[in-house]
Design a protein around this ligand. Structure first.
Ligand code: ADP
Length: 572
């Protein structure tokens, strides 16, 4: 039965029974009242009149007789019982006769008997009527008890059944909804009845089933996507290692297994810190990852007896959790880019440049020597125009030689084969060599090379040739980027530990946005018109770094630049 019908029936029946109870009670009370009224009105009054009549009969005065008649008239008007009219008529007859013959005592006696008869009749009627009222009261009690009991039974049944029949399914449904909210989509409710709760259960189950279907299709989709990404990562030619926020390995691809020499099972799920204890590559990668600015240097890894070159890239995965403002790190990905191919091409290029520049150097040097011979007057005097041409070719040969030397030096730097010959030497020797090499070009621009030397007490530890080349390059740049008739200050200073050589010019200076790039290979400040390769400072830095020294620059754009070399002194 539907809950609505159940409620309507239960409450409706209760309502009807209450009305019935009220009506039965009211009707019985009414009939009891009527019975009592009847007794009072019909019989009690007759008794009263009869009693007064008896009392007045004894007085035998006119006043008493008048009073008797008054009572008799009242009694005549109150004849309610069967036979009462006859007795009243008998009393009237005897009373009339007695009034005409007051001495007839026999009549008086008859009247008295009739009045007593009247009293007995009414008393009898009172008894009958009170018995009848008793029956009515009894019936009323029975009916009220029956209706009351029915009311109680229905109300009690409703009290016991109704709250639980409504609350229990609601409670069950609430629990099931909570299960669904907790992603337990297999939850179902089973209400046997075909009431509203039965329909609700059916709708709930349909909803849960659809959610379950959606969830499993969603999950399947996610799984497919995961598989796709896993395959993609696996097929990558670059080794990839994924770590979670606790530095535990969550995935590795085949290439990563190859370069680390470990199996996937040996890595996934393990702490990278534990793995680092037994694996040099992982240790190096973790160490670099924890640096604020990891080095860009490629690393060499031997895989299957073949050398491979890789650059490292660390991606820190950050997400902003829903409802929060700050980001949090949820993992890291280490990617090793395989640059072996480029490295091999680079080696080939370096080897090619080295061979070419080496092959060029000898003929260029002999061309230079030939030009010097040509200018020698003992061989034969040249006219002005020939002299001019020879000077011009000499300049070009010098430039060619400079470029070839720079390229050759560069190949040494790039292949990591800088051959140093570090030995204690006097810094003046280096300075004098560089000054001599630049003297002619300084004179051409009428630039004054001013040298300031502090007392020199220590030898410096340096490769004389390479350091002289660096200083020559710095002075040549200073001359190149200075105005005619200016001054270049070259200072040589020594502390106990270090020797510093500074080249300061009042030239064009370097724009601040480019100053950090002047030591990069092939870098030239945009708009520089002088000829050059952009290699001089890069090579200088490599040479000085290789000797354990430093080279630095300060510049005010438009006012001049200052380059400083610092080298270690020979101790003891
Ligand atoms: P380059 O062969 O072009 O001189 P360098 O490596 O020696 O190559 O210098 C790189 C660049 O730095 C130059 O092209 C020039 O723009 C700038 N530079 C070097 N020295 C100076 C200097 N003394 N004054 C101004 N700019 C300079």
């Amino acid at each position: 039965m539907r809950i609505k019908t159940k409620l309507t029936l239960g409450v409706g029946l209760l309502f009807i029974l209450i009305i019935l109870l009220g009506s039965v009670g009211a009707s019985y009370i009414h009939s009891l009242k009527k019975d009592t009224e009847n007794i009072l009105h019909d019989n009690y009054n007759s008794l009263l009149y009869a009693k007064t009549m008896l009392q007045t009969l004894d007085a035998q005065t006119d006043q008493a007789l008048a009073r008797f008649e008054e009572q008799l008239i009242k009694q005549e008007n109150n004849a309610t019982e069967q036979g009462e009219i006859d007795i009243n008529a008998q009393i009237r007859h005897d009373f009339e006769a007695y009034r005409h013959d007051p001495l007839n005592l026999e009549r008086l006696k008859t009247i008295r008997i009739s009045v007593v008869q009247l009293m007995e009749m009414n008393m009898q009627a009172i008894e009958t009527k009170s018995q009848y009222a008793e029956t009515t009261a009894y019936q009323a009690t029975i009916w009220i008890a029956i209706t009351g009991t029915a009311c109680f039974v229905i109300a009690f049944t409703l009290l016991i059944n109704l709250p639980s029949s409504i609350a229990d399914p609601i409670q069950k449904l609430t629990l099931s909804i909570k299960q669904i909210a907790a992603n337990n989509y297999g939850e179902r409710v089973h209400f046997e009845k075909s009431d509203e709760f039965g329909e609700l259960a059916q709708s709930f189950n349909t909803m849960a089933q659809k959610l379950e279907e959606y969830n499993s299709s969603h999950l399947a989709k996610l799984m497919r996507q995961k598989k796709r990404i896993e395959t993609l990562i696996n097929k990558m030619i670059d080794p990839v290692i994924g770590l979670d926020e606790n530095m535990q390995v969550i995935f590795v691809n085949e290439e990563a297994c190859k370069v680390t020499g470990l199996l996937e099972d040996q890595m996934v799920g393990k702490s990278s810190k534990d793995l680092a204890l037994g694996n040099d590559l992982i240790r190096l990668l973790l160490h670099d990852m924890q640096q604020k600015t990891p080095t860009n240097e490629p690393i060499k890894i031997v895989v299957d007896d073949k050398e491979g070159y890789y650059t490292k890239e660390f991606v820190h995965i950050e997400i902003t959790p829903t409802g929060e403002a700050t980001k949090e790190v949820v993992g890291h990905v280490i990617i090793l880019r395989n640059i072996t191919e480029y490295k091999e091409l680079d080696f080939a290029k370096t080897r090619f440049i080295a061979t070419v520049s080496h092959e060029f150097k000898t003929p260029i040097s002999s061309m230079k020597m030939s030009l010097q011979l040509l200018k020698n007057k003992q061989i034969g005097a040249l006219n002005e125009e020939q002299n001019h041409l020879v000077d011009s070719v000499h300049d070009d040969v010098n430039r060619l030689l400079k470029i070839t030397t720079e390229l050759l030096n560069m190949t040494q730097v790039e292949s990591g084969n800088i051959q140093l010959n570090v030995e204690p030497c006097l810094p003046q020797k280096i300075l004098d060599y560089a000054l001599e090499a630049n003297r002619t070009s300084a004179d051409l621009k009428e630039i004054d090379l001013q040298v300031h030397q502090s007392p020199i007490a220590h030898s410096v530890l340096a490769d004389v040739e390479k350091t002289a080349w660096v200083l020559t390059n710095l002075i040549a740049n200073a001359i190149n980027y200075s105005h005619d008739n200016s001054v270049i200050k070259i200072a040589l200073e020594q502390t106990h530990m270090f020797t510093q050589i500074t080249v300061k010019d009042d030239g064009i200076g370097i724009p601040p946005e480019y100053i950090h790039r002047v030591f990069d290979r092939y870098f030239r400040v945009p708009g520089t018109h002088r000829e050059g390769t952009g290699l001089g400072l890069a090579i200088s830095k490599e040479f000085i770094d290789a000797q354990g020294g430093t080279i630095s620059v300060k510049s005010d754009y438009g006012t001049g630049s200052e380059f400083t070399i610092e080298l270690k002194n020979k101790q003891g």
